[in-house]
Design a protein around this ligand. Sequence first.
Ligand code: PEP
Ligand code: MN
Length: 338
Amino acid sequence: MLVVMKNHATPEQIDQVLGAIRRLELTAHPLPGATRTAIGITGNVGAVDPRSLEVLPGVLELIRVTKPYKLASREMHAEDTTIRTPQTTIGPGTFTLIAGPCSVENEEMILRTADFLRGLGVNLMRAGAYKPRSSPYAFQGMGQEGLDILARAREKTGIGIVTELLDTDNADAVEAAADIIQIGTRNMQNFSLLKRVARARKPVLLKRGMAATLEEWLMAAEYVMAGENYEVVLCERGVRTFSDHSRNTLDLSVIPPVRALSHLPILVDPSHGTGKRDYVPAMALAALAAGADGLLIEIHPTPEKALSDGAQSLDFAAFASLVERLRRLAEVLGRTLN
Ligand code: PEP
Ligand code: MN
């Protein structure tokens, strides 16, 4: 349910509505807009008599949100959402690049990558310290040591850090090291993890489950937002289909429906989406053309030596050339690369 306040509603009137919602044992989510404030209501709204709120001073109208995801829906929040980190923004008008190795492997390669990215004007670096690997015998990530390396790279270069949270045990440490907390495809419906990041004071990059429908994905976002963390960035990374010419099927056709149904920004990860570095540039450019808000791309100083996902990682020269092509396309589309 959405309470739309009148244009000239006073802060006291808004407070009065918030109090009334809380007395009904529901959660109130103030949604300040350009012209007027709206207040989202979540919880068991079925039992609420809308008239009890409609009559309060300053209230324009009550709208029932029909979708099962409420806070993530455009019905509740018409304007596109902008996510801010200390280094950059993700959202309307911009096209945000996030790049870096699949895994933190050592300090030297992370610092080299961070310096390289800063030189290209890229403000966010991705790298996993905790890795969800299909094989228990594969490199599992450097764990806490990896987080420490990322924290030092941030301190030395000013680059923002995007890193994955695998389980709730590491949540405090990952939250401290990250500017954006990544939830991977395998954890999109790990509800205890979603509830934990709902309490985090950092934005969450929520990858689409590899077999998730759009509704399931937005419901996962809703878990985070229901806990009052409204900073969710969606990331399409390919889904499982019968196609076997690429690692996954990068579902760029999900972008227009995401934009229609949700106000949250959406990034595309063409690295996991294709699994092959040769296919990454074409899909990256296509993602920009299709209306994505940015990219998450794996790069590595020496991809052939990477401890994970080398086959889909671009080397620095290939990434620099892609950034140049993205810049030119972004200009035509009226977007600014950041
Ligand atoms: C990753 O970003 O390195 C990763 C493991 O991604 P996904 O969860 O999409 O497989
Ligand atoms: Mn990877």
